[in-house]
Ligand binder design. Sequence first.
Ligand code: SF4
Ligand code: MSK
Length: 645
Amino acid sequence: MAAATATLEYADRASREMRERAAARNIPTIWDRYEDVQPQCRFGKLGICCRICSMGPCRISLKEGKPPLVGACGADADTIAARNVARMIAAGTAAHSDHGRSIAHTLRLAADTDQADYQIKDEDKLRALARTYGIKTEGREARQIAREVASAALDEFGRQEGEMVMPTTAPAARQRVWKDLGIYPRSIDREVVELMHRTSMGVDADYRNILRHGMRTALADGWGGSMIATELSDILFSTPRPLRSTANLGVLNPRHVNIIVHGHEPTLSDVLAVMSRDAKLLERARERGAEGITVAGICCTANEILMRHGIPIAGNFLQQELAVLTGAIEMMVVDVQCLMPGLSELAKCFHTMLITTSPKARMPGVQHIEFREDKGRAVAREILETAVDNFAHRAAEKVYIPDAKERLVAGFTSESVFRFLGGRYRATYRPLNDGIMTGRLRGAAGVIGCSNPNVDYEKGHIGLVKELLKNDVLVVTTGCDAIACAKHGLMRPEAAFAHAGQGLQEICRAVGIPPVLHLGSCVDNSRILRVLSNVVAEGGLGEDISDLPVAGAAPEWMSEKAVAIGFYFVASGVYTLIGQPLPMMGSENVRRYLTEEIEQEVGGKWAFELDPVEAAHRMIRHIDGKRQALKLKPMMYAQAFKSEG
Ligand code: SF4
Ligand code: MSK
């Protein structure tokens, strides 16, 4: 179990400095509040407390054989633990997919309205997606196609008959696995609703049956809601291309109006990023004594606008309060997800205006400027002007911006990265597959997910990624792990020479990529699914995702969304390791099912490991096992780590 005394010893310098400044000024942050909620409930941690009906809450005994072994209704630890995990999947899927739904509505708006603030920026991608949905593209205008694509995407949410279309882009062998097990997703809303139904009082009591439907729901997220969010965002806001930028709190400028965008959906933040360069607005900023306007991001909003505009990243989840503590933020604009309610009290200590913008996510006492896609630019202008005007209220004596920012290269996608790897802008995965087959690369790993005060900040992310690189494992990343890697310099092209094994260094040198590839926000984990499908399609590494020498990890996961992501990777055939176990360890049967038996059903499984080096070695052992099964050549160079057997 994690200690309540997790440290910032391994974190970047800016985070350590700002945490110390907060402590010196007696301003509580997430780490202090986390201490305040100790000791945490062990029943909750182990997943064996049920409160889904008013006969409860019922807690199963922690002592083996000692009553109560079942709740008042007779539900045992297996049922209760499975239901609790399943409800996390439902919530995570709902969050990602609701994001996808709002992007689909925005695409329809762009298609329907002449004066829309949104346009179709990637017509090639629109036409490719139209083909997936069987929509005719020849001789048709982009907006006509977009209207039908938006409708087809929206149908994925509420379809009452038949099955989802987007998952047909998975390898054929993978789709067969889902069909045989009865977990091919039918529609996004339907799977979430059915999961909530099954886990309500007195319905599904079979832990395997519950968790299989959990996988079906998670698949509706990864191959549905999240994939729709990614694809349609690329169509509307442009598909990212490799670009340079910077990360960490040092991106804030003491002489500028600083605006932080925080949350997840790109519909507002993209417009804000573009409009912040408007000449009239810059003039307004100068009139108020500022030399310019800096927009920087926190959490996945940061990843969205970094990937498409090169807008710098201020920080990840655990840095949202630290950014306000600089005293240099005129406004923090939030939309949905990963927003700490504690921000509202903290903002009162400074001149920082906290602005909520989504009707789904308001905070008591916090100013709300409602964002509507049909008034995108007008709302963005109001927000930006209000932020600029707030510069006059900044208290110079409260400003402290740590001198810490790191260079990075980001903007990779399932299309661009390996077009790049091909060296001649060919869309081919051949060089990647060849690199793995010849033993220059051991394999690939997706390292993703949140940060969490219950573990040493960024020890898990950075320790794990560095150990993988040392052993010639190419790393792709999204979310808050991507931001951690950027802050620690792992996205500089030259990072390969400091951290990668010889084979991986050769690949990075040949094509000029960093050893850690930033693929975007949390919904962009769907890009990793696409990469895996493309590697299978390229040939030579098996017939299914579960044959590939790959693994996934979320070392410092926090959100229910991470649980949904983990389940869709496991159900897609990927060995998936997280730091803290899922909250179900109070049921030995559920633990055994998720970490062992499930592999027989879907080819992937869960693993839990807090130590980052051991976590990397467990992933490497899995990758080496897949290499052996494929009878690939031995690794080309002596390795820092040799797996047993
Ligand atoms: Fe207790 Fe059963 Fe109600 Fe859960 S569903 S709270 S175990 S009586
Ligand atoms: S923002 S979900 S803390 S990765 Fe996507 Fe970061 Fe996790 Fe939120």
